[in-house]
Design a protein around this ligand. Sequence first.
Ligand SMILES: Cc1cc2nc3c(=O)[nH]c(=O)nc-3n(C[C@H](O)[C@H](O)[C@H](O)COP(=O)(O)O)c2cc1C
Length: 351
Amino acid sequence: MYQNIKKYIYKLDPETAHNLIEKSLYFLGEYLPYLLKPMSEKFSYEDRMLEQKILGMTFQNPVGLAAGFDKNASMLPALKALGFGFVEFGTVTPRPQEGNPKPRLFRYPKYNSIQNAMGFNNEGLEEVKSNLLKHYSLNMPIAANIGKNRTSKDKKIVEDYEVLIDGFKDISDFLVINLSSPNTPGLRDLQSKQFIEELFCMAQEKTDKPLFLKIAPDLDIVDVFEICHVAIENGAKGIVATNTTTDYSLLPGAQNFGGISGEVLCEKSFELFEALAQEFFTKTVLVSVGGISSAEEVYRRLKAGASLVELYSALIFEGPSVTKNINCDLLELMKKDGFKDISEVIGIDRK
Ligand SMILES: Cc1cc2nc3c(=O)[nH]c(=O)nc-3n(C[C@H](O)[C@H](O)[C@H](O)COP(=O)(O)O)c2cc1C
């Protein structure tokens, strides 16, 4: 059915389509909550074999929604009903900001890929907090993805993250520090040893909630190792790899700005993830994201060492059944190979 609806959605420009879906999912959670149960029955898939406890949180399945879809934490109850095991909302900045000039979102259906140059458009900490307060906690782990305002420079940068950690530490389950978006000038340059040390030192004093670092796929692997080591030494409990890529050669007809996600990112993201897992499996929680759209790909990432995975682009191309299809097929793959629990799969290729 979604393949038919998609034809109409694709007639709208991508950002208008996103705004329409956002408003619908918000409306559903806010004004028609009695529809969430039937929605969950249709789109969720539960099985004890897929459930795991990580850092004190219970994940009913390993498939989370990546940051950027629910920038303002306005759709959480509906996203839970779509069967996600967890949701990362944001990126949220301290003050509201409009993001980059439009058009800034492009879809490439032939390649099941997206290019975006949104630039952290969001309603800001106070507004997002009030959205979140209505629904937290949701019986599903919620991560706050946080980033600096575009105009914040020098000392103000760490202060931005400080304010955001203070704001979200009691109304989210874990926090993801985003230094990897290509759409805020200078942000990716903060993926340096010195800055990460300063940032995580400050962060771990602010909260006991688990702190994760989200990294870009375009970093040199030596730099990845260095910054992840520093982050972990200074209290990071997990790494989310990866954000979108600025390797425009991957996508025929790509714009020469913004970041690319979806199918064309899959191998690049996996390659970096596998190298990361060879170094850090068992030393930290690894979350793999980038081009994931099938149970086979989730299985590959779990075996490589991911405890959890996330997706964004596949929700656009596959529609609301994406998590159910993945979880259902994943269970079949596990049973076929004789696994009795997801914990047996995680990192099997590293053992
Ligand atoms: C339109 C769009 C907006 C995004 N915004 C954010 C963001 O605000 N913060 C962030 O950390 N990642 C953001 N991302 C990156 C995703 O979280 C994810 O890392 C990336 O899309 C790769 O996953 P995918 O191939 O499954 O889409 C965005 C991605 C897209 C497509």
